[in-house]
Write a protein that binds this ligand. Structure first.
Ligand code: C2E
Ligand code: MG
Ligand code: MG
Length: 717
């Protein structure tokens, strides 16, 4: 068998083959030894037998040879016929001649030449030859030759071989059977080992173990194998644990990464969204979503460039809603905001797509009309805009009427840059307001002159304080029940060297716009308080002074300190002073008004609400403001008692003041009929031309000293 193939066959077969081979070889060797020894014995026996026979012949033939008796010699050989195995025999004389011979029938052979001197036995393949001496009285006289076949030897060999073959076969069979059983002692554990190893390899199940308790090398191998498995299993467990941990970490990390990625994506999206929103907010009005001033400016600039190239025209409409502030203040900001949204929608729906409607803030809107063919186009659009607001706006059951004043400026007539066009549209819008609102007015060069006048007014107002052009006039407040001047209201006058006396109605808005009202107001407070101190010193210790405040002053931080300082400066009791604030001024910034007025009231100052009724103030606001006095506006007084409506309004205001426990002052009383009406209503404090116009302090001093109240002669008790 090829050794390579032998290596591939199973260990069972290997062991079987080995055992069988080894036992066969040993049996064969034993048989060979046995056969050889038996053959030697047999040959010995044959040669002994042959020698005995030859010695008999030699003994029996010596006489015949000696006496040359050939017949006797032949007879001596004759008994050999009974010996089947003797093939031939001869008696040689000393000269090597054959004296007598015998040859079995059927045997064809030559008698060998005898070496007379040597006794010999020669074994040939199929026969054996023997030469022995024939002696007579110790002297050799011839040689006996015997030739025998080897049948006996051969038969015995064949018999032996048969026995050996049978024994061999039986022993082989037994060996095979035994080896098949016995080799299991070795192979079974090995096979178990191998099977488990294969199973482990396939299933990767390191918890499997090989069973075996023998204490031999195989037992050791199994123990070591199992120990190795223990080690592998613990490492595998560790590995698996590590892998599980690693997988968990990877999963967790992946999740974290996913979360981080999605967060990143979200935050990127958010950032983009925020950027978009910011961009949107930077260019749009938050309330209405309309373009704001920035975007409008951009568009005007673009359209101007376009118009310049095309030699075209563009128009800018400046809109300011009429009396919107009143709605906002009286109905609340939520209503105001809702109205602004509706108005924005209406405006957008009533212009062309290429036109831009923008909100500049508050109640101001602007419409940019690019590509107009004539100025009248702008007028037509303005008319359309005015008309689109005719339908009242419904809100929470209210039907609100709103109108707008519009100023129009046109490129290239009224300006060639965005700023000028807007400024001119703004100026003409103010003109529209002056002309009675709900109108559209084109810009004209004269208007510019008007606004320049405003600017000039501002410039000279700056120097008014230093140049001592400001003066305080005082109008007395009279208690008609006692016929006494109980106080005065300080009213500002500006005596301009060129323009003459300028009304506060004219210059106070300019002072407010420019911020000059702050130093002017401070001067008024100081002057009025100092004047009152003078009157107190003169003995009119019950006299009070009222000073008007602007919303700009109220909004100024530290205003209460300014008042306090003025009081200290004049060394005046706060209780003798009164501050007047109009409804609208208080509403402009209700929060800070409540706060500042509260602080002033805490100082002991009386707070009066001036021009009451013009701002459509709601009761809820009034309750929040820390006021002590309400001054009915002169517009309600003028038509009294003739106007039934004004009578009703005046009565309502009086009832409201009483219910809120507020004092009431009637201003603008010009005639006795008015006075009587209010007296009948129980209003005792009045102010008006009927008694006195605002006059200089000296005049008041005279009145106080004389206690002559102008106009009292006209009083009807
Ligand atoms: P006001 O506080 O309501 O002052 C009353 C205004 O009515 C005064 O006008 C006064 O001259 C006028 N008046 C008084 N009695 C009568 C009358 O019987 N008939 C008519 N037709 N008018 C009468 P004036 O002085 O022109 O002041 C106008 C407004 O200017 C004031 O209204 C006040 O709001 C403001 N003002 C005046 N002085 C100051 C000031 O020092 N500071 C601030 N912030 N505003 C002031
Ligand atoms: Mg006043
Ligand atoms: Mg007033």
């Amino acid at each position: 068998m090829d050794m390579r193939n032998f290596g591939n066959i199973s260990i069972r077969w290997k062991l079987t083959i080995l055992i069988v081979t080894i036992s066969s070889v040993s049996l064969l060797l034993a048989s060979l030894a046995f056969i050889t020894s038996d053959r030697i014995n047999t040959q010995q026996t044959v040669s002994n037998n042959l020698a005995t026979m030859a010695e008999i012949i030699a003994a029996n033939s010596s006489a015949a040879l000696l006496f040359r008796d050939g017949v006797a010699a032949q007879e001596t050989l004759g008994f050999l016929r009974s010996q089947q195995h003797i093939q031939a025999a001869a008696i040689y004389e000393m000269d090597n001649t054959i004296f007598a011979s015998y040859r079995k029938a059927g045997i064809d052979m030559e008698f060998p030449e005898s070496d007379i001197q040597t006794e010999n036995i020669l074994f040939w393949g199929d026969h054996v030859e023997l030469f022995i001496h024939i002696n007579y009285q110790g002297e050799q006289i011839g040689v006996v030759y015997l030739r025998s076949n080897m049948k006996a030897v051969h038969d015995r060999l064949v018999w032996f071989l048969g026995i050996v073959a049978v024994v061999l076969l039986v022993s082989l069979l037994v060996t095979f059977i035994l080896s098949a059983r016995l080799q299991r002692i070795i192979t079974d554990p090995l096979l178990r080992l191998s099977a488990i190893a294969r199973q482990i390899r396939i299933e990767k199940n390191y918890s499997l173990r090989v069973i075996g308790e023998s204490r031999d090398e195989l037992g050791n191998l199994i123990t070591d194998f199992n120990a190795m498995l223990d080690e592998i299993q613990s490492r595998d467990d560790e590995l698996r644990e590590n892998r599980t941990r690693l997988e968990e970490r990877v999963t967790q990390r992946t999740k974290e990464l996913e979360v981080a990625n999605s967060k990143l994506a979200t935050s990127k999206e958010q950032a983009e969204c925020v950027a978009r929103r910011m961009k949107y907010h930077a260019h749009h009005d938050a309330l209405t979503g309309l373009p704001n001033r920035t975007l409008l400016n951009d568009r005007i600039t673009t359209e101007l460039a376009h118009a310049r190239r095309q030699q075209g025209m563009i128009a800018v409409l400046f809109l300011d809603l009429d009396r919107f502030k009143i709605i906002n203040d009286s109905l609340g900001h939520a209503v105001g905001d809702q109205m602004l949204r509706v108005i924005a929608r209406r405006l957008s729906n009533n212009v062309r797509e290429e036109d831009t409607v923008a909100r500049l803030g508050g109640d101001e809107f602007m419409v940019l009309l690019p590509n107009i063919s004539s100025s009248s186009d702008a007028g037509r659009v303005a008319r359309k805009v005015i008309d689109c607001l005719i339908d009242p706006i419904s809100y929470n059951g209210h039907k609100l009427h709103i109108t707008t004043s519009i100023g129009i400026s046109v490129y290239p007539h009224d300006g060639t840059d965005s700023e000028t066009l807007i400024k001119h549209a703004d100026i003409s819008m103010y003109r529209a307001k002056e002309l009675g609102r709900n109108k559209a007015v084109y810009f004209t060069a004269e208007m510019n002159a008007g606004s320049r006048k405003q600017l000039a007014l501002e410039t000279s107002l700056r120097q008014a304080i230093e140049k001592n052009q400001l003066k305080l006039f005082y109008q007395p407040k009279i208690d008609i029940s006692r016929n006494t001047i109980i106080g005065v209201e300080a009213l500002l006058r500006w005596k301009h060297p060129d323009m003459g006396m300028i009304s506060p109605m004219e210059f106070i808005p300019v002072a407010e716009d420019s911020g000059l009202i702050v130093p002017i107001g401070e001067w008024v407070l100081k002057t009025a308080f100092a004047q009152l101190k003078q009157w107190h010193k003169a003995g009119h210790t019950d006299l009070t002074v009222a000073v008007n405040l602007s919303s700009v002053q109220l909004a100024c931080s530290g205003f209460e300190e300014v008042v306090e300082k003025a009081l200290q400066h004049a060394d005046l009791d706060a209780g003798m002073t009164e501050l007047e604030i109009t409804e609208n001024a208080a509403m402009e910034n209700l929060g800070s008004a409540i706060d500042v007025l509260g602080k002033l009231k805490n100082l002991g100052i009386t707070i009066a609400m001036d021009d009451f009724g013009t701002g459509y103030s709601s009761l809820s606001y009034l309750r929040q403001l820390p006021i002590d006095v309400v001054k009915i506006d002169q517009s309600f007084v003028r038509e009294i008692p003739d106007s039934h409506e004004d009578v009703l309004i005046a009565q309502a205001i009086i009832a409201m003041a009483q219910s809120l426990n507020l004092s009431l002052i009637v201003e603008g009383v010009e005639n006795v009929r008015q006075l009587n009406f209010f007296r009948q209503q129980g209003c005792n404090i009045v102010q008006g031309f009927l008694f006195s116009k605002p006059v200089e302090a000296g005049e008041i001093s005279r009145m106080l000293t004389a206690q002559s109240i102008p106009g009292t002669v006209n009083l009807v008790k």
